[in-house]
Design a protein around this ligand. Sequence first.
Ligand code: HEM
Length: 128
Amino acid sequence: MTIFIAFFCLTVVLLLATAWTGKLAKRKIHLILVVCTVSGLSITIYYAVQLGLEYDLETAGTIFPVHMFLARLAAFSYIAPVISGIATIRNGRHRALHGKIAQVVIALTVTAAITGVWMIMAADKIAV
Ligand code: HEM
């Protein structure tokens, strides 16, 4: 649980730093942070799956499929800023759209996190 929370918090900080450096047009640091954010996200997903194995998630009720849908949507949504980011490098006109897409990705990540905590709190822990 502790390692999952640590990597989740690290990923959120990296995501916000990515958005901030994008806003400041610090392009090189922005791109390095994108790689760090996606790596942090991958590790967080790994630990989230491990954490889920300790719980009988079906017992959480409706929030289980709702969270699974939102978590998958949030993870796949990271493709959109990569595509719009490459488009922005090629043509600066796409910068505003890229910024809007980044906002949606951040909102989806936060929503997935909130529903994930909700789901774990509602689920029964598997006795070992
Ligand atoms: C998690 C992924 C990402 C987030 C959250 C993010 C966020 C942002 C934000 C908020 C901006 C400022 C937009 C505005 O002014 O409204 C920005 C700018 C930018 N981003 Fe990203 N971005 C991400 C990924 C990428 C990727 C993958 C690339 C390129 C491959 C990229 C390239 C750029 C470029 C070129 C700019 C414009 C900076 C400049 O004007 O020099 N971004 N980004």
